[in-house]
Design a protein around this ligand. Structure first.
Ligand code: 1PR
Length: 474
């Protein structure tokens, strides 16, 4: 960021503006830039408006710190007008400013340590969290900033120690139906057809808005046929994102077809260009499925990373936290661990022929093609390449309503330090409780249970709250 400001000769005018104490609102890395320096780019100087150094999180907890966390307010500010103190706001970052308790610290937040989550110095305000992605609380905060007549307050009931909430993510699998309309669909073990037709469960923008209103902490769109229809030729998906981001103020992830592509006229498009188009249309994170499998296979074959893969390029430009790896594994049963070179688990749920062991095979092209690669290796190598989060589906469980594959989630979670989103199989609120109490997954994603209107998101969250799982209420 500092390099880019310098190249555009913006540092000097920005500093002049800040020293004149004119209204300024900085978000995320713009808070970090106000300090002296950062471990993220030791060769660069920060703006030096507030003394202090930005450090990488050094904690056993998953990094990046992704999700909804609370704030402790240390001085009055108009941006908290109308806040109770119990609100949670959306964070996504790997670096932070350690608490110094100087006069400029407006709020602090706990995540393995106590860090500065916002600062206020005269008319300069900056937040480590993203108000624009923090639902109604975030919108209220931005309105308060704009309305200088609001009274400066300290909210009444801030927590003594803040806690990161477990996230509930609504997933919309999107594709064109046989009439050419882009619809939300949902499969059983990835088969989305019923009586020959593609199941149509509604329109993507309306459903996303509905889930936002119900309290979804994030919304994910998966363009499930993008492996054959190149997304830059599939502009309706971009339009869906643009329209959704005008109405839905929680993070949006989009996946499907993020890979290098050469069209029929020989024109080359890089995966980075596809991702950039998704980000410009309103996505906060992109997810990579099939291409991640092919990249990892190549890294294992050659023994080295090229720096040119979609994962590496997108992480370099947009940050690790913007790159999610969507894994589509299925169980392969074996009688004994030596029957396969892949890491196996001894499973509580034996195979049809009484096999007691299984490994998790990665697939590509929407589960159509199994590869000689296991989910644990995929997740580990993707983390090394710069991925910030794992979206862990499970073909055996998808659409079955029989609960998440807890054995798979524990296996992958143990192998990586980045957050893991558990996906596939949710059929009732108890399944979400299981995933948060019997695994260390940071988030649970579901589709069918919400699309079929069996259990609204609010009911899932109330049930979790009654069972002492930390969640965001809105
Ligand atoms: O491979 O980079 O083009 O990405 C394609 C993306 O589309 C991948 O993320 C892949 O998971 C997804 N996808 C491809 N085909 C299907 C399909 O269903 N035929 N959907 C598909 C995967 C899985 C989850 C689902 C959960 C929860 N959907 O997203 O929403 O399993 O379902 P449930 O709660 O109803 O059980 P690329």
């Amino acid at each position: 960021m500092m390099q880019s400001l310098r190249e555009q000769q913006l540092i000097e005018p920005l500093l002049r503006y800040l020293h004149e104490d004119r209204p300024f609102f900085g978000i995320c890395v713009a808070l970090q830039a106000l300090f002296d320096s950062s471990e993220e780019a030791p060769e660069e100087s920060g703006l030096g408006i507030i003394p202090g150094r930005v450090k990488r999180f050094d904690t056993e907890l998953a990094v990046p710190h992704i999700g909804w966390n609370g704030i402790k307010v240390h001085q009055p500010s108009r941006i908290f007008h109308g806040f109770s103190g119990q609100e949670k706001l959306y964070f996504v970052h790997s670096y932070h400013v350690e608490t110094t308790h100087t006069a400029d610290v407006l709020t602090t937040t706990n995540y393995g340590c106590e860090f500065v989550s916002s600062v206020q110095k005269g008319n300069i305000i900056a937040t480590q969290f993203h108000p624009e992605k923090s639902g109604k609380a975030g919108l209220k905060l931005l309105e308060n900033f704009l309305d200088t007549s609001r009274e400066a307050v300290i909210p009444q009931s801030c927590p003594a120690e803040t806690k990161l909430a477990e996230r509930i993510i609504a997933c919309l699998d999107v594709r064109s139906n046989d009439q050419g309309d882009l619809v939300v669909t949902k499969g059983d073990q990835y088969d989305v057809r019923e009586g020959g037709d593609v199941r149509n469960l509604g329109m993507p923008v309306e459903l996303a808005q509905n889930y936002y209103e119900q309290g979804a902490d994030e919304v994910t769109f998966l363009n499930i046929t993008a492996f054959r229809d190149f997304p830059l030729e599939d502009m309706p998906m971009m339009e869906v994102l643009q329209k959704t981001s005008e109405k839905v103020f929680v993070p949006l992830t989009v996946g499907g077809g993020i890979r290098d592509f050469t069209d029929c006229n020989g024109k080359f498009y890089s995966a980075l260009e596809v991702a950039s188009e998704y980000f410009r249309s309103g996505a906060d994170k992109i997810s990579i499925g099939s291409d991640a499998v092919l990249i990892v296979e190549e890294v294992l074959k050659t023994g080295k990373a090229t720096g040119l893969s979609s994962i590496e390029q997108i992480a370099r430009v947009y940050g690790n936290q913007a790159v999610v790896i969507s894994v589509d594994p299925r169980r392969v049963y074996v009688h004994a661990p030596d029957d396969t070179p892949h890491p196996v688990i001894e499973t509580e749920f034996p195979g049809e022929n009484g096999e007691k062991y299984c490994w998790y095979q990665c697939t590509v092209r929407g589960g159509r093609e199994g590869r000689d690669l296991d989910a644990v290796t995929l997740a580990k190598v993707c983390e090394q390449l710069g991925a910030g989060e794992i979206l862990l589906n499970c073909i055996d469980k998808d659409g079955t309503n029989s609960g998440f594959d807890l054995e798979l989630i524990n296996l992958v979670k143990e192998a990586v330090t980045i957050p893991v989103i558990a996906s596939s199989g949710a059929g009732c609120p108890e399944h979400f409780l299981e995933v948060f109490t019997q695994t260390d997954a940071e988030a649970a994603l579901a589709a069918g249970i919400f699309h079929r209107k069996e259990v609204p998101i609010g009911q899932v969250k109330r049930f979790l709250q009654e069972n002492e799982v930390e969640i965001r209420t809105c």
